[in-house]
Design a protein around this ligand. Structure first.
Ligand code: PFF
Length: 454
């Protein structure tokens, strides 16, 4: 029975370790890995960015995943219920709420970008390689609200179909098929990219750290990316942890999830950065393209390389699979929150989520078109939602988790929960991160984000 109810016996469960790992990896591996990671790595110092990112993931990221999953499993509740389980002070209320609301705000605009991906895939299937590479194509497309809305709805519908299947039958089954397929496709496209003439310079730029490229921005960007990519501080891991049985070794599954997530990000870097080098000879302007790297620069690269249609189909299919499994996790988390906190049935929660999707996603979809006069802090709706969630709310949500772990639950109790399956091996590192390293870094990103918008 996959129906999620308040009683623990009836709560949905993952069938075991592998299903859980694939579902969390499915959540983690998404647009963040394939769209965001390569453009940040290209912009913020190549190998230096990669090194910084790896260090942060193995320390900070590891501790955050462990915390959220463990608290979810301990309380058998999604974020709000988990925080309230330990008392009803105002800080705990806000902490739970902010963790829980992030996915509700993210998934509508995430699905708009998912819709862009479906559109590009369809165009490559049709063989429109030159059209996609033409100057102004992307800008023209996202300005056409009706078309963007249509593809957004297609993407969102696909997500909901899986969700309606429930946890084991839906999420787990789809992850078990999509994730291996995604990894094989990623390897094929990366191999193609690194074997283009002139691509090796790109491989070197991406892998070899050059200390001249290091700056505070390298750390800030890598840290933000780590949150985004690992699905931390958005309630997801509380919810998924709550579906986890006590016999699963949380440390091992965390390491595996990190390996898959980082592996796909590195493969995506190998798909994109060497291809851009082969195309432009490492022109810094092309490398610094930012968010448009995937939708504007890459189609030009594919067009120039020959076999652009196949490369385009392979690449965008890959991005689509990744985006779908992530969107599924975001919707599932939101629905689980509605079930737990509003006492709604699963079906009613799905309907409520669908309304939010259409309304918030619709506004994001229209933000570059018919609603382009709407600017919040000078940003279009989609950019604003992305900024609000990733730069402001997620650091606060993570700070709340640190507070909950260190001050309320205590590190000793966390250790006990983790040790159900086997001894807590990286306990020393975990404790230092949660006590010192995480709070200090979180305050740095929060302040730098606020200063950047002023
Ligand atoms: N971690 C996933 C990704 O990297 O795309 C999904 C995701 C969820 C990304 C939430 C960003 C986000 F804010």
């Amino acid at each position: 029975d996959t129906k999620i109810e308040k009683t623990d016996e009836k709560r949905a469960n993952f069938s075991g370790g592998l299903g859980y790992i694939l579902a969390v990896a499915g959540s983690a591996v998404g647009l963040g890995n394939i769209w965001r990671f390569p453009y940040l790595a290209a912009k913020y110092g190549g190998g230096m960015f990669l090194l910084t990112y790896l260090i942060l993931t193995l320390t900070f990221g590891y501790a955050m995943i462990m915390s959220e999953t463990t608290i979810g499993r301990m309380t058998k509740r999604s974020a709000i219920g988990a925080f309230n389980h330990f008392g009803n002070s105002r800080i705990l209320k806000i902490g739970g709420f902010i963790n829980a609301i992030v996915p509700v705000l993210i998934v509508p605009y995430y699905s708009v970008i998912g819709g862009w991906v479906v559109k590009y895939l369809v165009e490559y299937i049709k063989g429109n390689v030159d059209g996609l590479a033409a100057d102004g194509y992307f800008g023209g497309f996202i300005g056409d609200t009706k078309v963007v809305f249509f593809w957004f709805v297609i993407f969102a519908l696909a997500t909901f179909v899986v969700i309606l299947g429930g946890v084991e039958q839906g999420i787990e089954r789809v992850s078990k098929i999509m994730m291996p397929l995604l990894i094989i496709l990623a390897i094929v496209v990366a191999l193609y990219s690194v074997t283009r003439p002139g691509a090796m310079a790109g491989v070197k730029y991406f892998f070899v750290p050059n200390f001249h490229n290091f700056s505070l921005m390298t750390v800030v960007a890598a840290l933000g990316q780590m949150f985004y990519s690992l699905s931390i501080a958005m309630g997801i891991l509380y919810t998924y942890g709550s579906y986890l049985t006590k016999d699963v070794d949380v440390e091992i599954s965390t390491s595996r999830v990190e390996m898959v997530d980082t592996g796909v990000a590195v493969l995506a870097g190998l798909m994109v950065i060497p291809a851009v080098f082969a195309f432009s000879g490492g022109d810094p302007d092309k490398l610094k393209a930012g968010p448009s790297l995937m939708f504007i620069t890459l189609p030009k690269v594919f067009e120039s390389m020959g076999a652009g249609r196949i490369a385009g189909i392979g690449f965008f299919l890959l991005v689509l699979l990744a985006a779908l499994t992530s969107a599924i996790s975001l919707v599932e988390t939101s629905i689980s929150t509605f079930c737990d906190e509003l006492n709604l049935s699963r079906n009613k929660s799905v309907i409520l989520m669908a309304f939010i999707m259409v309304f918030v996603g619709g506004s994001s979809a229209a933000g570059y078109g018919v609603l382009d006069f709407v600017k919040i802090f000078k940003m279009p709706v989609l950019d604003f939602l992305d900024f609000l969630t990733n730069s402001i709310m997620m650091p606060i949500a993570a700070l709340a988790t640190c507070y909950l772990v260190v001050r309320i639950i205590t590190l000793k109790k966390i250790d006990e929960e983790i040790s159900y399956s086997s001894a807590f091996k990286r306990k020393r590192m975990y404790n230092i991160v949660m006590r010192v390293f995480a709070p200090v870094f979180l305050i740095i990103i929060l302040v730098s984000a606020i200063l950047n918008t002023l």
